[in-house]
Design a protein around this ligand. Structure first.
Ligand code: ADP
Ligand code: MG
Length: 463
């Protein structure tokens, strides 16, 4: 029928606009490299902030002793302790506890929030059992993963730029979050010192490096997306401080904010951006991260419902609700291998209250998920190629066999199998067999927890 042809036309047109042939991916990678240079050259020189993290020592594996981590990045926070046993024994023992933050504290006062966190930390310390040995006469040391926008002022201090993710506490903005936590700990006479303040991406980098010395970058693909990598300190023109002893500096790229004319956005991407809380910002993130992929699919489905009546004469009301179709739903539909696509049918029913769809319609939906996920995965691979290029690791130098490992983490990467395999295969395709044989993508499990404790160790006041 005409309606059917119209639905296919919408799909094909979208697919064509989302096309990421290898030549285009190379342009994206090149643009990423160019923006990295610009962001390192001067403050505000690029959409890529290329923030200096003050992390100039990554863990080596030699770290020894008891260290703590605190991970605050959402409605829960985690406290963790880890006993490190050096090269031979590695992580001897670890324990963690997760605490949910009462909603009223997310919108209350800074003092109340940090008091609550310090209390949980004090309780955690008090319950320390067998196998954990605080060094006599030394302060306990903590790595603080704080996944909100912070202007870092040293390895162990940073001022909050703004709260996100449902937090709204006026009096913390502009304050040093380590100072706030320290004040709260002092009130409780908790003798603990924050020696590293980092974001989750850098924790992942540290966790990856601890296990594998060839880890040079970390990428998070979760609700949002970001990347961090190890830069040579003398290749950072905007850095006017002393060169670190290690000669290295970890850069927080904030790559979610990357944009380039080569990304060629569709009408759906423009609409999503315009309706978002941060129009014009985080364009790369809006193409590849878990927060948005399902929403892009929904937008195309609305168009098909309106113009091709694929769900009948009226547009199903639930389908009109922004963000109702989450990326995990999309992933479940995309991976449906049953002959009659019953997972697709059940998601449509459970999430969107749409029943009685034809197999043909369900097949279109699976294809649509594939288009959106494939584009996101391939663009992610191009971003990684951009980092490798910046480091000169996208080619093989004569007589040199350097292995490069990129640590990956985040729910999208972990759970969306087709996304992950497409991303990994595309990176191989871009690098070519010879170089790809020396480039590895590794899942860095729970870097943001252990990673911060490792950074507390590698930036210990006792070194
Ligand atoms: P965050 O990025 O918030 O720290 P995670 O790294 O755990 O959290 O990632 C969570 C995100 O991962 C979700 O918002 C979702 O987009 C994505 N995700 C989780 N599970 C799945 C799944 N089964 N399939 C696809 N995406 C998933
Ligand atoms: Mg996370």
């Amino acid at each position: 029928s005409g309606k059917w042809a119209r639905a296919m036309a919408i799909l094909r047109e979208f697919e064509e606009k989302c096309g990421t042939p290898i030549g285009k991916l190379r342009q994206v990678a090149d643009a990423m490299t160019v923006e990295m240079h610009a962001g390192l050259a001067s403050e505000g020189g690029s959409k890529l902030k290329m923030l200096i993290s003050y992390v100039d020592n990554l863990p080596t594996g030699d770290e020894k002793g008891l260290f703590y981590a605190l991970d605050l990045g959402g409605t829960n926070f985690r406290v963790l302790r880890v006993q490190l046993g050096g090269k031979e024994n590695r992580v001897v023992k670890q324990e963690f506890e997760e605490v949910s933050i009462p909603p009223h504290l997310m919108v209350g006062s800074s003092e109340a929030l940090f008091d609550f966190i310090a209390q949980a930390l004090a309780k955690f310390v008090a319950e320390e059992g067998e196998g954990f040995h605080p060094a006599p006469g030394r302060q306990r040391e903590l790595g603080f993963t704080f996944s909100f926008p912070v202007r870092q002022t040293s390895i162990s201090s940073g001022t909050l730029i703004k709260w996100t993710k449902g937090f709204s506490i006026e009096d913390t903005v502009g304050e040093d979050v380590v100072g706030e936590l320290t004040k709260a700990m002092e009130k409780l006479k908790l003798d603990m010192r924050v020696t590293a303040l980092v974001i989750d991406t850098i924790g992942t980098l540290a966790g990856g490096r601890y296990h594998d010395n060839d880890v040079i970058a970390a990428v998070i693909l979760g609700t949002g997306t970001n990347a961090a990598y190890v830069e040579r300190a003398h290749a950072i023109p905007k850095w006017h401080g002393l060169l670190p002893k290690s000669g290295e500096m970890v850069i927080n790229m904030e790559w979610g904010n990357f944009r380039s004319s080569h990304l060629s956005l569709t009408e759906y991407d423009h609409a999503l951006d315009a309706e978002s809380l941060n129009p014009g910002e985080q364009i790369f993130e809006k193409l590849i991260s878990g927060m948005y992929l399902g929403e892009i699919v929904r937008k195309v489905l609305v168009k098909m419902a309106e113009e091709a009546a694929i769900f009948g004469e009226t547009v199903p009301p639930k389908l009109k609700i922004p963000f109702i179709l989450r990326t995990p739903h999309m992933s479940a539909m995309h991976h449906d291998t049953s002959p009659d696509l019953k997972v697709v049918a059940s998601k449509l029913k459970d999430v969107l209250e749409i029943s009685n769809t034809s197999l043909k319609t369900r097949k279109i939906i699976v294809e649509l998920c594939d288009v959106v996920a494939t584009r996101g995965a391939r663009l992610s691979a191009a971003g990684i190629l951009g980092i490798l290029k910046k480091l000169g690791r996208d080619t093989i130098r004569v007589g040199e066999k350097q292995k490069s490992v990129v640590a990956l983490d985040g729910g999208l990467y972990e759970h969306y199998t087709k996304f992950r395999t497409t991303m990994e295969n595309t990176l191989k395709e871009l690098l070519g067999d010879e170089v790809a044989a020396n480039v590895f993508v590794e899942h860095s499990n729970d870097g943001s927890g252990i990673g911060a404790a490792l950074l507390a160790a590698s930036h210990s006041q006792y070194l």
